[in-house]
Write a protein that binds this ligand. Structure first.
Ligand SMILES: Cc1cc2nc3c(=O)[nH]c(=O)nc-3n(C[C@H](O)[C@H](O)[C@H](O)COP(=O)(O)O)c2cc1C
Length: 218
């Protein structure tokens, strides 16, 4: 079975803008979806047992390494089994939510997902990052250049020597205009950015689903 792997990382539940835009994508997706909600069910941080399990023969694993290897196997299998990816990852402190970073650390494994002879198995698969943010980060904005999430994810997910995914990003911004008086005058820009992100999400889901070889329902 091939599927879209959707990973959510916002702590804001149904109120999350990243989740809402990802919902638009998912609704327009024509195939199966497997979901992992890291806010509801975080995966543990990579620890010493998890790191050493990677280079220790399985029959020599301690109980801690066994448990760590089991988790990594589950996450890697789920990752590699997908045909496409949807990452709903809001901007927290100029970077990614720690639950998402913990998940990445668990699946970036030399010889399995990255640094594989002949190239990553995930190479060329489409990936959409939806990252809502409170401020504005476009050209001319005071915060321009301070988004350290999208560039980091483009590297980790998209670099040909890493996961080599075909990464696109949607960044509905200025969500603070809804709640902060000082930014209220930016509501029209926020609404336009949000509308554009939903439209792009629908377009990209239809375009990716329409590629030959990707899953279709019915
Ligand atoms: C812990 C935390 C840190 C945040 N840091 C930033 C930030 O550095 N820059 C920013 O523009 N907005 C920041 N925000 C605001 C969020 O990016 C904004 O609320 C966004 O809508 C969250 O995405 P969501 O609606 O999908 O949950 C932060 C919010 C939280 C909860």
């Amino acid at each position: 079975m091939s599927y879209l792997l959707r990973i959510d990382a916002s702590d804001s539940g149904d109120a999350s803008v990243s989740r809402q835009v990802a919902d638009s994508f998912t609704a327009a997706w024509g195939g199966d979806v497997v979901r992992r909600d890291l806010a509801l069910t975080p995966v543990g941080h990579l620890d010493a047992a998890g790191i050493t399990a990677r280079t220790t023969p399985a029959d020599e694993h301690t109980p801690e390494q066994k448990a760590a290897a089991l988790l990594q196997d589950e996450l890697v299998e789920e990752f590699l089994g997908a045909e496409a990816y949807l990452f709903a990852v809001p901007l927290y402190n100029y970077s990614m939510p720690s639950v998402f970073k913990a998940w990445l650390d668990q699946i970036m494994i030399v010889g399995r997902t990255i640094g594989v002879a002949g190239g990553a198995r995930s190479a060329g698969r489409p990936a959409v990052v939806v990252s809502a943010r409170g401020g504005g980060y476009g050209p001319g904005a005071p915060q321009h250049g301070k988004d350290f999430l999208v560039p980091a994810l483009r590297t980790v997910l998209g670099d040909p020597n890493l996961l080599a995914l075909d990464v696109r990003s949607l960044t509905p911004e200025l969500t603070y205009a809804r709640t902060m008086d000082a930014l209220r005058h930016l509501l029209p820009q926020h609404r336009a950015s949000l509308e554009e992100a939903h439209a792009q999400a629908r377009r990209q889901a239809a375009e990716i689903t329409g590629r030959s070889g990707l899953p279709r329902s019915g």
